[in-house]
Each structure stands twice: as structure tokens, then as C-alpha cells.
Design a protein around this ligand. Sequence first.
Ligand SMILES: [Zn+2]
Length: 77
Amino acid sequence: MMEQTYFVTRTPEIDGVHFVHSDKCQVFPDMQTEELGTFEGCEAAMDVARGRYDPINACALCCPKCYVKRGDADAAA
Ligand SMILES: [Zn+2]
């Protein structure tokens, strides 16, 4: 698996959630981000992000494996 550099958004987005993106993301946010490091997968990046921010989620586009769809609450968008 190819290594990628992952980032987390400093400013919380929807519902106060910080999102993890890879540097290859096509929708990389136009806001301040913090580098998490270079990992082989988003799982490790999520672990690092979790230690810094809460709550966090992964970008559905660049980290689909780690993206958690919020099924229950807050379905209104
Ligand atoms: Zn992304």
C-alpha cells in the first residue's frame, strides 16, 4: 500500500467534527489543517487525530475506509 500524508482540519466542520484528509484528496478543505504524519492507511491517521481532536471523522472521498456514516442522530442536512 502506498504511503500518504494525512491532515486534520483545525476548525471543526459540521456538528463540530474535525475531518481527516489525505494529501491526495480532491476536496481538500480550504481551511487550516494540521499534519498528522505519513501512514500506509487512514486507520493510523485516525488514531493520531483522535488523540488531538474530538470528535473526528474521515473524509468520505479520500478516506472511505475510515469514514463513518452517521446513521442515527442528525440526519437532517
Ligand atoms: Zn478528503
